[in-house]
Design a protein. Structure first.
Length: 276
């Protein structure tokens, strides 16, 4: 009976403390964005099911020890101070138990880090370049390049979020591996999309890599996550995940409107005609 009550109390405490439960509010919530990748699923699991229970358990245990020590060893009950110098058993415990806790945290953490850093074969490659204060994007395999600037509040359309909407979206197909090459043109930036579990620094003169595979269609938002100047808060990231058919239609339109080197498209079209 006591064990059942403890389990109920423990579960209720975990769900109360965790910010990512179903009880969290949708607007102004304190917690993670909706997860749409397996990497973000693993991040949420590590946080909610491993770290939070361990943190709560340690905090409650330490609080109990503090209260017990204050009450049990108060001056009125112990006029003669204890002369105990050490306790071998307790010293072994407080060495072994933290090591076991660290192992429990380390195993899923290393598995997650490996999953984040080892990039599968990419279906789509995108290059993101940070500028003060906007993002530039290229699809190197498709000869497409464009800039994405934040839409000012006065120009927003209904249902477009303030400080997050951009004039051009990064468009990717659902269920496909997207590799992102990230760099910067001036100062340090960071390309971050919480729903994808992605954050990589954009460093001038260096290219960092990351990847994601979005499993749900929709529009997802991120922001520059490295302080980069006076308008750091005004360089959002907008990614639109669409079906493969819609993606191919967008590619066709983007090649006509957003070609980095228009002459390359003409050459490619001529080669196709010659082959026919």
């Amino acid at each position: 009976m006591t064990k059942k009550l403890f389990n109920k109390f423990y579960l209720s405490l975990v769900f109360f403390v965790s910010p990512s439960t179903s009880f969290a509010a949708n607007n102004w919530q304190m917690g993670y964005n909706q997860s749409v990748t397996s990497v973000m699923d693993d991040i949420v699991h590590l946080h909610d099911r491993i770290l939070i229970p361990i943190i709560v358990a340690i905090s409650v245990f330490v609080l109990f020890l503090l209260l017990y020590s204050v009450i049990r060893f108060r001056a009125s009950k112990n006029p003669i101070p204890s002369k105990t110098s050490h306790n071998t058993f307790i010293e072994i415990l407080w060495t072994v138990i933290p090591c076991l806790i660290l192992i429990v945290i380390a195993v899923p953490s290393f598995r997650l880090l490996y999953k984040q850093d080892v990039i599968p074969k990419a279906d789509v490659t995108i290059k993101a370049t940070g500028y003060q204060w906007y993002w530039g994007y290229e699809y190197p395999d498709q000869n497409i390049a464009f800039e994405a600037n934040m839409i000012e509040t006065k120009n927003l359309k209904p249902n477009q979020p303030r400080l997050l909407e951009t004039d051009n979206h990064v468009v990717v197909p659902v269920g496909k591996v997207v590799k992102v090459l990230i760099t910067a043109n001036d100062v340090l930036h960071a390309w971050a999309l919480p729903s994808f579990g992605v954050k990589r620094d954009a460093v001038p003169g260096r290219i960092n890599e990351t990847w994601f595979k979005a499993e749900k269609e929709g529009v997802y938002y991120g922001q520059c996550s490295e302080l980069c100047g006076s308008r750091h808060a005004f360089m959002p990231i907008t990614v639109r995940v669409v079906s493969e058919k819609q993606y191919n239609e967008w590619l066709k339109e983007a090649k006509a409107k957003l070609a980095k080197y228009p002459e390359n498209n003409v050459i490619a079209e001529n080669l196709i005609k010659e082959k026919k």
